[in-house]
Design a binder for this molecule. Structure first.
Ligand SMILES: Nc1ncnc2c1ncn2[C@@H]1O[C@H](COP(=O)(O)OP(=O)(O)O)[C@@H](O)[C@H]1O
Ligand code: SF4
Ligand SMILES: [Mg+2]
Length: 323
């Protein structure tokens, strides 16, 4: 299957504004040399603690922020060479759902007009948009009586369904979901994940789903990408990365998450020590050095590059765990 999204050496650095008038203007390397791809119809889960650069990467894909360097090709369109026409095409093809229902919907708009707005912006006729609003509401399994509701009248789960309905209105090929279930109760989370899986299967959508919750990722994704302080530290099929992680950080994330998978009970744990770390004091070596119980002198001095453990599984670590 062909690649729907291809990232090559993507970087997004920020100048730290607090230091603007100081001599040591430090760069925040929020996204640092990220390379991976997402195939058409695939679900890739991007996981990492808060501050690891996940949202910045999503914003690059959505053209909401410019890359510092690197290349992104989405459905054949190279973002750095895209014409206005290409960008129009991509705006229709890529839908986004954020964590916070409030940022997805305007509080003063009814559900119907929230869903219709992107269609009207893209030049669809009102009658058509009205009809489509009904269709997508049914697709997210909500009663049509909610068309006249306002966001404050709906629960968190219902709001996320509406956000998904609105995202579907332009018949996208790709959905970028940034922590879509993080604000929801666990029972509602499962319903939303099942809805997303159902929609993906029915419509052959391509998903990039971002979360800090490894259990969510393991449940829904075909492949898992793990980020730590701006770096992609591991990438591979869910059945490998999710069961036999090779990077000590991935293993640490797994050990910190409640164990839902019986195959993993009773294994040795690598629970991580220390804070998530900060992009402000990244040294020359491995960014996970200070928290890693396998660290050696080599890890302190050098930044590990990606190595292939198999055709499909890659890791950036000098001493990957045995898989
Ligand atoms: N516009 C910005 N200006 C400066 N720094 C930013 C900006 N956006 C994000 N960052 C920094 O980039 C890092 C990654 O942030 P983010 O992408 O939001 O991570 P995540 O989504 O994984 O929590 C953080 O250190 C954050 O402070
Ligand atoms: S490179 Fe070294 S410090 Fe980094 S994760 Fe691997 S073993 Fe740990
Ligand atoms: Mg984020």
């Amino acid at each position: 299957m062909s690649d729907m999204i291809e990232l090559r050496n993507v970087c997004r650095f920020f100048q730290n504004s607090k230091n603007m008038f100081q001599k040591d203007k430090r760069e925040v390397r929020a996204v640092d040399d990220i390379t991976f791809s997402i195939k058409e119809g695939e679900i890739v889960g991007l996981v990492g603690e808060s501050g690891s650069g996940k949202t910045t990467l999503a914003r690059v894909l959505l053209s909401l922020t410019k890359m510092t360097s690197g290349s992104v090709v989405i459905d054949g369109v190279d973002l750095s060479k895209a014409t206005n026409k290409d960008m129009d095409k991509l705006h229709r093809e890529i839908a986004v759902v954020f964590q916070d229902p409030a940022s997805n919907l305007n509080p003063r708009e009814t559900v119907e007009s929230s869903i219709m707005r992107p269609m009207l912006i893209h030049g669809e006729r009102k009658a058509q948009a009205k009809q489509k609003a009904r269709e997508v509401l049914e697709m997210v399994k909500m009663d049509l009586r909610y068309l006249d509701s306002f966001p404050h009248q709906l629960s968190g789960g219902q709001l996320q369904r509406i956000a998904i309905a609105r995202a579907l209105a332009l018949s996208p090929k790709i959905m970028i979901l940034d922590e879509p279930t993080s604000a929801l109760d666990v029972s509602v989370q499962a319903q939303i994940l099942n809805l997303l899986l159902d929609l993906q299967e029915r419509m052959g959508l391509t998903y990039l789903i971002i979360t800090h919750d490894l259990n969510v990722i393991k449940y829904i994704s075909d492949r898992i990408a793990v980020m730590y302080l701006g770096k992609l530290v591991e990438f591979g099929p869910t059945e490998e990365v999710g069961v036999h992680p090779a990077h000590p950080y991935t293993k640490g994330l797994m050990d910190a998450a409640p164990i839902l998978d019986p195959r993993l009970r009773g294994r040795e744990k690598v629970i991580m020590e220390g804070d998530p770390g900060s992009l402000m004091n990244v040294g020359a070596g491995c960014r996970f050095y200070a928290r890693c119980k396998y660290a050696t002198e080599e890890c302190k001095l050098n930044d590990p590059t990606q190595i292939k453990l198999s055709d499909v599984h890659q890791v950036a670590c000098f001493h990957p765990l045995k898989i």
